[in-house]
Design a protein around this ligand. Structure first.
Ligand SMILES: *Cc1c(COP(=O)(O)O)cnc(C)c1O
Length: 424
């Protein structure tokens, strides 16, 4: 099925008892056991079923199947937020003393996790100088456990050459983990280009309405964990924390996902609530339609800004002048994302004035909402970084990040115009 259809039907057949057409909200913590034998079989993973909502839930399971299908993956695990998805995915492959190689252009909180939290737990993240595969390859050693990138960087707007990064990772026996939040599976499916694991903030375009936090980890099922058992013993050796289960034996191709759920979701438990899973499913039904309008409005706004003398620069991958134009053609089918950054003439001060003068466009830190949004990364999402770190992450003082929504483009442009007048 095509994404438009999967977004509406994927992962759900009418509830067998009630014939409910909408996905029911199973707002329950536990599930009754028929007998001690039945409970034991569930705990031994011998029969399919639900035990406790921290581990799995029927409403969330529909969302998991739908997101996996949208990404062309084998299985997915949904969690409480995008940050949890990033954290679990990395913890699942990296242990004390190992390292991860990352591109430098990252979502601010992911950068904080990589620069501070993971190292404090003994997993070192090496940031490449750029998103070029050669810059990442230089940093790989025998302790490396994954290559990490955002398919479209937030807020830098860079587009990673997923196919080349996947080839690089696989040459070194490593998985490529891709955060596909900004592109969404409607514009790009990284697994088709060789990515092994995809992570998402469902909070953004997939949910689409700025109402609900959520995250997902999608397993392509393609990485040969068994073949690389020396580097990834956790998948092929008996797990003492789970009555000596061997993930590659029990879960086969889904070993990564099985371990992620059994170890991290079960013991840390940043579970998505069933109500949130339901709300995210409502959002996903219209994701393809919304993306059409996001992309169209994004182009109109980018063209308005490019032609405006009050603007210093526009970073939008849909323009041939963008260094990422060719990659946008290849990976996004020319449909550049509606997340863009602009530099105002007048630096930090003008950017702040413009930001404060917006009326329709909302000042906040989110993206992918039906509403148009603006933020000033230097004073919000990326303020934890030094000015030098900000520049490497693609954040400049005069820069405003815009996430163009699905309102009428005339109204969005009129608001940007009046705010520019107020600023300059
Ligand atoms: C927002 C975002 C995240 C974090 O997601 P939350 O759902 O807010 O935890 C991770 N990566 C990217 C690219 C994001 O935009």
């Amino acid at each position: 099925m095509k994404p438009e259809t999967i977004a509406i039907h994927g992962g759900y057949e009418y509830d067998p008892t009630t014939k409910a057409v909408a996905v029911p909200i199973y707002q329950t913590v536990s599930y009754a056991f028929d007998s001690a034998d039945h409970a034991a079989a569930l705990f031994n993973l011998e029969v399919e079923g639900f035990r406790y909502t921290r581990i799995s839930n029927p409403t969330t399971a529909v969302l998991e199947r739908r997101v996996a299908a949208l990404e062309g993956g084998l299985e997915a695990l949904c969690v409480a937020s995008g940050q949890t998805a990033v954290y679990y995915a990395l913890l699942n492959v990296a242990e004390l003393g190992s390292n991860i190689i990352s591109v430098p252009q990252l979502y601010g909180t992911t950068h904080t996790m990589f620069a501070h939290l993971l190292p404090s737990q003994g997993v070192h993240v090496r940031f490449a100088e750029s998103d070029h595969p050669d810059a990442l390859e230089k940093l790989i050693d025998d302790k490396t456990r994954a290559i990490y990138c955002e398919s479209v960087g937030n807020p830098a707007g860079n587009i990673c050459d997923i196919e080349k990064l996947a080839q690089l990772a696989h040459r070194h026996g490593l998985p490529l983990i891709v955060d596909n939040t900004v592109a969404s599976p409607i514009l790009l499916r990284p697994i088709e280009y060789g990515a092994d694991i995809v992570v998402h903030s469902l909070t953004k375009f997939l949910g689409g309405h700025g109402t609900t936090l959520g995250g997902a980890i999608v397993d392509s099922g393609n990485f040969p964990w068994k073949e690389h058992a020396a580097r990834f013993p956790m998948f092929s050796q008996p797990d003492a924390s789970y009555h000596d289960l061997v993930y590659t034996e029990h879960y086969g191709r889904a070993a990564f996902m099985g371990r992620c759920r059994s170890v991290y979701q079960r013991t840390i438990g940043a579970a998505l609530s069933p109500m949130s899973a339901f709300l995210l499913l409502q959002g996903i039904e219209t994701v393809a339609l919304r993306l059409d309008r996001h992309v169209e409005n994004g182009r109109k706004v980018a063209e308005f800004l490019r032609d405006d003398p009050r603007i210093e620069w526009v970073n939008y991958a849909g323009f041939p002048s963008s260094p990422y134009y060719n990659l946008a053609q290849k990976y996004l089918g020319g449909r550049a994302c509606s997340l863009m950054t602009v530099g105002l003439k007048g630096g930090f001060e003008a950017a702040v004035k413009f930001h404060d003068a917006l009326n329709l466009v909302t000042r906040l830190v989110n993206l992918g909402d039906a509403k148009s949004l603006a933020c000033h990364p230097a004073s919000t999402t990326h303020r934890q970084m030094s000015p030098e770190e900000q520049l490497i992450a693609g954040v400049r003082p005069e820069m405003i990040r815009l996430s163009i929504g699905i309102e009428h483009s005339d109204d969005i442009i009129a608001d940007l115009d009046q705010a520019l007048n107020a600023a300059i």
